[in-house]
Design a protein around this ligand. Structure first.
Ligand SMILES: [Zn+2]
Length: 287
């Protein structure tokens, strides 16, 4: 991905090295029952044990040693990608006569307090609709390569763009509608709603890539494949197969590898925002 020299967003909150919280989150937040939308697991961080919960990498204490120069480079990269999401979504909102409210991206190490409760690195990257922050532990980029076998800078950009997709859903009122509905339906139906929501975030990530390419010419050979590989790597079927050796489709919350890659690709190919709800509302079997 061509990003060096790109505009770095100033909407980065750096809480690295402030394990366990960083800024005070204020009283009562832990008590809120909220749904957060993560790239991987759909965990509500508030439900995790304060000791950090389970580490899905299965390697306790496997945290990489901190290389300040490398982390600074990664932070720059994140800031540029965030800046590119701002540029694209500002333009797309403006075309519809709306204003895009920029989210904040919080970098943390190991664990952090969020507007949705306690977050640990094991949660994976996620978006909290309460405070409109995206939370990322930079170590996840290592995991993307080692655990998910999805290397490359555009795989990382896809992760950020997916979380920003959730922010777009929040701003457009979609997340609130989904969460209200999820409380009224069975667990299986709630999971289906979650899959729709996650696939739409993948679609929006693809739409972002479409316009980012058009506006900034960011893609290098192989970049698209990196994003598609990353989208596949975090499919429910693949993760369940790797984790427990079998898949339970009714428990899917994010969609299969095939679906995630296909929705990202469709967003990238068409750049067509007007289709996002039509796709979302399709029968479950045809998602
Ligand atoms: Zn997600």
């Amino acid at each position: 991905m061509r990003w060096i020299g790109g505009r770095e967003s100033s909407n980065i909150e750096d809480r690295r090295g402030m394990s366990g919280g960083g800024i005070a989150a204020g009283g009562g937040l832990l008590g809120l029952i909220v749904l957060v939308v993560s790239l991987l697991t759909g965990h509500d961080p508030g439900s995790l044990q304060p000791d950090g919960g389970s580490n899905p990498s299965g390697v306790p204490g496997a945290r990489r040693s901190i290389d300040p120069a490398r982390e600074e480079q990664e932070k720059k990269f994140v800031a540029v990608v965030l800046g590119y999401t701002e540029d694209v979504w500002e333009q797309l909102f403006r075309q519809q006569g709306k204003t895009y409210p920029k989210p904040t991206l919080t970098l943390f190490t190991d664990s952090s307090q969020s507007g949705c409760g306690f977050a640990s690195a094991a949660t994976g990257p996620f978006y909290c609709p309460n405070d409109r922050h995206v939370y990322i532990d930079l170590q996840f980029f290592d995991e993307l390569q080692t655990r998910f076998h999805a290397a490359g800078d555009f795989a990382q950009a896809y992760v950020i763009a997916h979380e920003i997709g959730h922010h777009v859903q929040k701003v457009l009122g979609i997340l609130d509608q989904v969460h209200a509905k999820e409380r009224q339906v069975s667990k299986a139906e709630a999971n289906h709603l979650s899959v729709r929501t996650e696939l739409q975030a993948d679609y929006l990530a693809g739409v972002w890539a479409h316009y980012a390419q058009q506006m900034k010419d960011i893609l290098e050979p192989g970049d698209l494949e990196e994003a598609l590989r990353a989208a596949s790597a975090v499919g429910d079927d693949r993760l369940q197969q790797q984790g427990r050796g079998y898949v339970v489709p009714d428990s899917f919350t994010h969609g299969t590898s095939e679906q995630r890659a296909r929705w990202f690709r469709l967003g990238y190919d068409t750049g067509d925002l007007s289709r996002m709800m039509e796709l979302f509302n399709r029968s479950y079997d045809s998602l």
